[in-house]
Structures are given as structure tokens and as C-alpha cells.
Design a protein around this ligand. Sequence first.
Ligand code: ZN
Length: 281
Amino acid sequence: MERIILLCVVSTCLSAIHAQKFLFSPKWGPVGYKEHEEHGDGTAMDDIIKANEFHASRIIDGTTSLREGDIAVTAGRRSKVCFARSCLWSKSVDGHVYVAYRLSPDYSEMETKLIKKGMENIEKGTCVRFVPRTHQQDYIDIQPKSGCWSYLGARGGRQTVSLQSPDCLRVGVISHEFMHALGFVHEQSRFDRDNYVTVMWPNIWRDRLRNFEKFKTDNLNLPYDYGSIMHFGMYAYSQDGEPTIVPKNIKNIKLGQTSSLSHIDKLKINKLYQCGDADDY
Ligand SMILES: [Zn+2]
């Protein structure tokens, strides 16, 4: 009898382990994305999560890993101070902020067009201009590596922005990664976010809880932007299809943005780089 009970316990344990593996296997897609996709209103960040969870490792190489899902951080290097004004691209005397880029020759003509569209998205109404690199020392090196990710702000010298083909080659995703390169973190990482959204911790995929941390951000005196291209979608990292971020005291508002920057995103850029109003550009 004892042996039978023991056997039962072992088999229960085994099936529990199996279930856990299934639950946390990278191949297992959190239900939330699928359901959300069917509604046809996915955000740029939903696309990024999908691409990064299925293809990329959270460790890019020995010393660099991804924070919040798509921000590359190198161990030992300054990373969180970028919310201040220490990691800005320099401003030209003509008032524009020129960001030099090199585009991998591996992209097709069509893909190159999309990437440029992602840049135009940011340039329109802001002082930022992306220019092909000629001699500039600081530049972004856009490559189809594994996943969609970027470093935060200007690091000095060459810095990679990874836009894997085809998963990351959507205009919204491209603009989102360039926003990180300009120095912006995710909107719901703002230190005051709990006044505006409720993070539904029990619904989050357990080993991705850290992607919902808050940081000491410089909010530039701008209102919380539910519709920012840098905002997680309502179902980001959902483990059971239930929402993971819910707006507070406000109904029928969409979190995040599919393909374009919000008005406040543009204000943010102009404020951070002290460029005046969108009307000036
Ligand atoms: Zn991001």
C-alpha cells in the first residue's frame, strides 16, 4: 500500500514538473498575445515581446542582457543614469539633433524603406534627424541580429540597434527601438505610474516580473501618456490571457501604440533635447 502511495506521489510530482516546464518553456506562447492579436489592436511592444520571447535570448552576449524586454544593458556600464541628461545625442548649432546611422547591407530594399519610415516617424514634428554615417564617431549600427532591442541613450562610439528580419521590421517597432536609443524608457516604468495604472502582478508570466519595475525617471513635466509608443500593451507578458496593466480611473483607453508616436512622445523628444515646439519642425 505504501508503495502505491509513494508511486502516486512520484507521478504527481513528475506531472507537476512537466506542467511547469510546459508553462515556462520559451516555446509556450502566453495566451494574452494571441487573444490580443485577434482584436487587431496590438501595440509595438506586443510585437517586440513576441519576437524576443520566441527568438532572442535575454542574454545577448556574456556581459550584455535585456532589461524590460528590449533594452540592452552591459554589466558594469552606467545604465540607469540615462534618465538624466547624460546620455543625449549632441545638438547641432542649427538646432537639430543629428543621429548618424549605419544600415546593415543584409536588409533588402523593402526592409530599408521600412526602417527609414520608422525614422521619419520620429523626425516628423521633432528636431531629430537620422543621417547616414559619414565620419561621425557616435552612431547607431542597425543590424538584423536576434530580436528587437536597443541600448538606452547615446553611449558614445558605435552602438547596435537590432531589428531582426522580418519580426522586428514593423514601423512601430522600429520607432520604439529608436526612442530607446534617444534615451527613453518604457512609459509605465515612470516612478509615478502607480497613480495612473494598476500592475496586475498575479497575471504576469512569473519570470518576467522584473520587466515591470519602476525607475527614477525624468518625466519632463509631461503628463502620463497611456498612448505612448513606449507603453506596454494591456496584455504584456500575460501568462493566462488576463490583463497585466490596467488604467486607473479611466475606461476605454488604449494602452500603447501600434505604429506611430503619440503627440506626447514628440513633445518628450523636443523637451529632452530642448528643441522647442513641434510646430517649429
Ligand atoms: Zn522597449
